[in-house]
Design a protein around this ligand. Structure first.
Ligand code: CP
Length: 332
């Protein structure tokens, strides 16, 4: 498998075999890290991380993955650089690819990261756009595989805003890897028909299906994996909280949902999550709407079925796999 110089912009661009290769590499890197085996395979290379939006996991995962591979890492945001205000993302990319071996971008429209990749002579990795979050998907698949020791034939349900970048990406990831995908959301928050149709074609090739429902009981019945995300995504205005809460309240992942699923089921969330009142936004929502928890109850979040911190750790191992696979020399 040769992925050298490939951009990593969305999973739609990757075959199931290529995704399988990246997951195998990630499992191998995790084992090496746990056993303390050094793997500075990219010593002397340099990467730049462009973040137009905030991040904890993605930034730290790229930084630690880079350091473990022996690389030098530069973080840039719009406050401390010219990016966005005085210099376009495209021009920023054209400068950075003269100095760096790879560029990560987190920001707004998918078209920006695609333009950036077109302007760059080195691989560009999508660290989240409004449409897709592909590095998150590899960590999610890895975490599912660690628990079930397989992907094919599993039954997966996403509950919440079915149009957001994580839901879109999960639908693609499941279709590619043979996992039956259910989007359990109010009809007004179902994913775009064009992407659903595309994923249904991919799913058919991989012996699985994509289905949409607004019925929580049917949507979660005997599922193996339940996944949710915040009800208002990064970049959306605060005014949408009111309508989103009204729409999504009954799609909360709670004990009743878990009891309706496969007894060996797991709960996943890309994080951050509003499962308690220990955040300023959580407190604000509590004062305004009286909710103490939102997309997932604290009971489920803290329960044995919750694998969210394994999932967060796996961001680093999977991102390391992407960096390595796209930058390594052919003989390595
Ligand atoms: N899941 C995720 O992308 O987390 P961050 O926003 O903290 O990077």
């Amino acid at each position: 498998m040769n992925l050298k110089n490939r951009d990593f912009l969305k999973l739609l661009d990757y075959t199931p075999e290529e995704i399988r290769y990246l997951l195998d590499l990630a499992h191998d890197f995790k084992k090496k890290k746990q056993e303390g085996i050094p793997h500075e395979y990219l010593k002397g290379k340099n990467i730049a991380l462009l973040f137009e939006k905030t991040s904890t996991r993605t930034r730290c995962a790229f930084e630690v993955a880079g350091y473990d591979l022996g690389m030098n890492v530069t973080f840039l945001d719009p406050v401390s650089s010219q990016m966005g205000k005085k210099e376009s993302i495209e021009d920023t990319a054209r400068v950075l690819c003269r100095m760096y071996d790879g560029i990560e971008y987190r920001g707004f429209s998918q078209t920006i990261v695609e333009e950036l990749a077109n302007a760059s002579t080195v691989p560009v990795w999508n660290g989240l756009t409004n449409e897709f979050h592909p590095t998150q998907m590899l960590a999610d698949l890895m975490t599912i595989e660690e628990h079930f020791h397989r992907l094919k034939g599993l039954n997966f349900v996403f509950m919440g805003d079915g149009r957001n970048n994580v839901a879109n990406s999960l639908m693609v990831a499941c279709s590619k890897m043979g996992i039956n995908f259910t989007c359990c959301s109010p009809k007004s928050l179902w994913p775009e028909k064009e992407l659903v149709d595309k994923c249904r074609l991919i799913a058919r090739e991989n012996d699985c299906y994509v289905t949409l429902t607004d019925n929580v009981k049917l949507g979660t019945l005997n599922r193996d994996v339940v996944y949710t995300d915040v009800w208002v995504s990064m970049g959306e205005p605060a005014e949408v909280w009111d309508s989103r809460i009204k729409l999504l309240r009954k799609y909360q992942v709670n004990k009743k949902v878990i009891e309706n699923m496969n007894p060996n089921c797991i709960f996943l969330h890309c994080l951050p999550s509003f499962h308690d009142l220990n955040t300023s936004i959580g407190k604000e929502i509590n004062e305004k709407f009286g909710l103490t928890e939102m997309e997932v109850t604290d009971e489920v979040f803290e329960s044995k079925v919750s694998k969210v911190f394994d999932e967060a750790e796996n961001r680093m191992h999977t991102i390391k796999a992407v960096i390595y696979a796209t930058l390594k020399e052919e003989h390595e």
